[in-house]
Write a protein that binds this ligand. Structure first.
Ligand code: URA
Length: 314
């Protein structure tokens, strides 16, 4: 335990390990008395500092505070998500015999709300370079088009996004990758992730971006419980065909998806190709603290053909 925690604790706990302190009664916190701790136990069943930190009412209050717009960055997964995300089968990806995953820069897990306020689950395929650098999915050109799609529904922040794969893939999602996507433990982890998102949020719709994402949702038993809308991937070449599916989905989504308070639903349909204004910048509250202001607006990275990502400031 670093000495810097001492000022939060009663003297008897100074210098103790984090594990010991988390297992101690909340009365070890300076300013919280033994009778306060007793009341916490009586009312909430809280016996330790760990229980206090994980208590769902405190967690929800914190989520509300964060959702009030006071933070201009995404602080990362809340404590109740950390053990689950840490259980992702990263070794399985890294050592996969197919060598189809780009493992050098690590996985990217999600984007959006993990605080129970999502009403739309967006499912994508795999992260690319902008996503790796931003450590959030769908933040590059495709993500900004998807953000524009949500904006048309008046959704400004009540979404969460997850991909078919945690790692970027080499090439297209072909027969080999489609089979790998259904291998254990990839399948079970992804389905548990989706199940948990569905349990913790009042999802009004699942929006599925392209064929790879569709594979994920087709193999998620929990998808039966939700209205599912497949739209073509924004990076597909035939933009007229892509946007026809986006227009149809919008027509079906508008009556069932409630806009956010600060959203302005836009009833105008897409044209036959993407216009620059169809893309929306990724909100700062979706991105980690300290990323350059231009990340999430335009595309600023690519691979050089080797193991390098080239990141260019505008
Ligand atoms: N496309 C996807 O489907 N997912 C991403 O994370 C990025 C691009």
């Amino acid at each position: 335990m670093t000495r810097s925690f001492d000022r939060m604790l009663d003297k008897a706990f100074h210098g103790k390990s984090v594990a010991d302190i988390l297992n101690a009664s909340p009365a070890a916190l300076q300013g919280l008395s033994a009778s306060d701790a007793q009341r916490l136990e009586e009312v909430f069943g809280i016996r330790t500092i760990r229980d206090l930190a994980r208590n769902r009412f405190f967690q929800r209050s914190l989520a509300l505070l964060n959702a009030s717009g006071e933070t201009h960055f995404d602080p990362g997964p809340p404590v109740q998500w950390r053990d689950f995300l840490a259980s992702a089968p990263l070794d399985y990806y890294v050592h996969h015999a197919s060598r189809r995953f780009r493992i050098d820069f690590g996985p990217v897990y999600y984007r959006g709300r993990l605080d129970g306020t999502a009403r739309i689950l967006v499912v994508g395929q795999d992260p690319s370079t902008n996503e790796i650098l931003g450590q959030r999915i769908l933040v590059g050109s495709s993500g900004q088009r998807v953000q524009g799609f949500l904006r048309k529904l008046g959704i400004t922040r009540s979404y969460v996004m997850a991909n078919l794969f945690l790692f970027s893939v080499f090439g297209q999602v072909d027969a080999e990758l489609r089979a790998i996507a259904l291998e254990e433990p990839i399948l079970t982890f992804r389905n548990s992730f989706f199940d948990r998102l569905a349990q913790e949020n009042n999802l009004q719709a699942v929006v599925v971006i392209g064929k790879g994402a569709q594979l994920a949702v087709d193999n998620w038993p929990g998808s039966q419980e939700h209205p599912v809308f497949e739209i073509q991937h924004p990076a597909a070449l035939d933009e007229a065909a892509v946007l026809a599916t986006w227009n149809s989905a919008l027509t079906l989504l508008r009556p069932i998806v409630e806009p956010d308070d600060d959203g302005s639903p836009d009833p105008s349909p897409y044209g036959s190709s993407f216009a620059p204004e169809d893309a929306a910048p990724i909100p700062r509250f979706d991105l980690p603290f300290g990323l350059p202001e231009w990340h999430g607006n335009g595309s600023h990275s690519h691979r050089d053909g080797n193991k390098n990502i080239v990141w260019t400031a505008p």
